[in-house]
Design a protein around this ligand. Structure first.
Ligand code: APR
Ligand code: ZN
Length: 264
């Protein structure tokens, strides 16, 4: 995993219209646990799949709310990693050349933005904003008052919606079984249809419909590159799979392609 294949370096150097599809692995080196890894502390009895659903919120709103509040506090406490920063640098570089990089993420964190990337689509929403679970009006919720590295001992109830005074506040994320925001999905689809390179970073490639987006590139013969320490549900359709961490591989790849990493 130390070296990056020369063919990949060439693709990166020559690409002008790039879609980067990221998943939880992108933020792993910042200290945000991925979805399919075993959780610790208060949450060790639950998998993410058991908490990130409308049914779970209905059954135990405090449990699900508190889990998201903790993740929100954790995300606020960590920093973007070199992978996020490399992607931001690549986006700036391509914009300077008259091209573009469309960042399409399944992550609900804001680490791409905090690294300076303009994100085209948050396919699974955002953990930093909230809305009413009933009337869907935006709800302002103050940031968690605790340090994200310590798990809060007591579950707290979600606040009630000030607009309808009935529904509970929930994070603006997409739960399993829910529809993706159409605007975000359409923007991602259009970007892939206009791209000349698709790079898939840190996603297990099993959650639909996000995992099917690279197939739109495949249909058009756009080169597909994966960066992930492990094999994924998308590996078999990839032209190149680089086995490694995004925070290490992305900076190395861009440096090899002559893309400046440090300019802000
Ligand atoms: N660099 C790159 N990839 C990594 C790293 C790293 N440092 N560490 C782990 N990974 C990879 C894992 O090998 C795995 O393939 O990141 C992937 C994380 O997979 P998931 O936890 O399944 O995350 P993701 O693919 O983003 O999940 C999709 O599912 O739970 C829902 O809505 C949630 O957006 C999430 C979606
Ligand atoms: Zn409401």
């Amino acid at each position: 995993t130390e070296s990056v294949p020369e063919d990949v370096v060439t693709l990166v150097r020559e690409a002008r219209q790039v879609v980067a599809l990221s998943g939880a692995g992108m933020s792993a080196e910042s200290g945000v646990p991925t979805f399919r890894e075993v959780q610790r502390g208060l949450w060790e009895r639950f998998s993410a799949e058991e908490l990130a659903t409308p049914d779970a919120f209905e059954a135990d709103p405090a449990l699900v709310w508190t889990w998201y509040r903790w993740r929100q506090a954790l995300i606020a406490a960590v920093e973007p990693n070199p992978g996020h920063r490399a992607l931001a640098a690549w986006q700036r570089h391509l914009a300077d050349q008259g091209g573009w990089l469309a960042a399409v993420t399944q992550n609900v964190d804001d680490l791409h933005e905090r690294a300076g990337t303009d994100v085209l689509a948050h396919l699974h929403g955002s953990i930093t904003t909230h809305r009413c679970a009933d009337c869907q009006e935006p709800v302002e919720v103050p940031d968690p008052a605790y340090d994200g590295f310590t798990v809060p001992p007591e579950p707290e109830q979600p606040p009630r919606c000030p607009a309808c005074q009935e529904g509970l506040a929930r994070p603006d994320v997409v739960w399993f079984s829910e529809m993706l925001p159409a605007e975000a999905f359409d923007a991602a689809t259009a970007a892939i249809r206009a791209s000349d390179l698709v790079i898939v970073v840190g996603t297990s490639g099993i959650v639909q419909p996000a995992a099917s987006l690279p197939l739109l590139g495949l249909e058009r013969g756009v080169p597909l590159i994966e960066i992930n320490p492990e094999e994924t549900g998308l590996t078999e359709v990839m032209d190149f799979a680089i086995r490694g961490r995004s925070g290490e591989v992305l900076p190395r790849l861009l440096a090899a392609a002559g893309i400046p990493l440090d300019r802000r």
